[in-house]
Design a protein around this ligand. Sequence first.
Ligand code: ADP
Length: 439
Amino acid sequence: MIRDLRKAHYRHLTGVFLLSLLVGGIFGYPWVFVSCVAIGYLIWILYQQHKLISWLIKGAKNSPPNAIGLWGVVFDHLYRVQKKHRRQTRQYRETIKRIRTSTQALSDGIITLDEEGNIESWNKAAVKLLKLKKVDIGHPLTNLIREPRFLQYFNNDRPTEPITIDNPAQPARFLEISMTVYGEGERLLLLRDTTRLQKLERMRQDFVANASHELKTPITVLRGHLENILDFNDDLPPGLDRALNSMALQTKRMNNLVEDLLILSRLDVDTQDAPSQPVDMHTLLEQIAQDTRELAHNNGTPHEVIVDVQTTQLLLGDVGQLRTAISNLAYNALRYSPEGGKIALIWRDSSIGGLISVTDEGMGIAQHHIPRLTERFYRVDQGRSSATGGTGLGLAIVKHILNHHNAYLDVQSTPNKGSVFTCIFPKKRLSDAPLEATG
Ligand code: ADP
């Protein structure tokens, strides 16, 4: 802390002035004497300034020059500030060194990028994963990783989930990249080799796909034979027809399950976004509504199924996948609502994008089940799902299909009143061009 010496300094100056005036007065030249003292004082100030500048030029490393009064205080203060600054710089250097050492020791790769996306720094693991070279410093990372999915992820200011891509530097290896944007647009990327996990995941997918595929033929044969036998229902001994009917029902369930598993396997394997074919929603919803009515009729439950198309916008997507997703929602609406219930299939656009809603006046779903509905085999009511031929995979399929269309599912439901399942598509999946022009 610098002492406030101003008062003492001004007192000194006044004292020297009065004393020189007095001494000068005794000799009969008061102002000449005062002027000589003032010139002497100025010379002393210039001398102190000279000492200060020489000390600063030498880097102010040694103790400051000796001086009395105000100049002494200034020198000491500067010296103390200088020392504190040097100590802090040393501490910062040590901290940075420690962070660098620990970052280097990490098994995950780390790369930092400046606001322009140029590589600033990396750790050893990142060098190994991406085979980085010194010349890459200062160059855009997107020169090294050019996969379109990564570029899309990279340009997203608020990425949520990490992305897995083929490692561009190592064939047949996978890289999981998780990006954080901070400061003025700088980015930090965390890289992990997930080849083992990906292989396990691929094995799981292959196993489910192969098992489902292998089961499909025997189930089809069983179904065929059972149907043939049941054609002679009247000739069957009593009791046996009940058993055969139950077998037919169970094989139908197995068949549905295998088909749903095969759909999920195909969706799992396909990591690309769905194509952007223009889909006329009026035609599609009408077809689904008709199928749903027929199913309702088969069950002897006359539901009212209506289509409400509120926009002429076309949806850009895969018509087959969209049909599967909306049909699943429509059949659920049918299966989980009582006879005579009204089901609506609605297509409209909004400020957030295109919305397909399937509404029903059925049993509804308690709030706490909603976040888990799209999990595979998650059922609110196991008994009802099985009794109505549910596989427990319908909404998982819907979720996958929507993911492929960069869309998501919103569920609003009130127990005993009904549910609204809404598929929300981004604006880029809408087109207002006439069907002929886009097709
Ligand atoms: P499931 O084949 O069992 O219907 P889904 O994945 O299609 O499997 O649905 C999961 C669960 O969500 C269902 O078991 C059911 O409990 C609930 N659910 C789905 N749709 C509706 C609906 N419209 N109304 C009430 N519950 C529903």
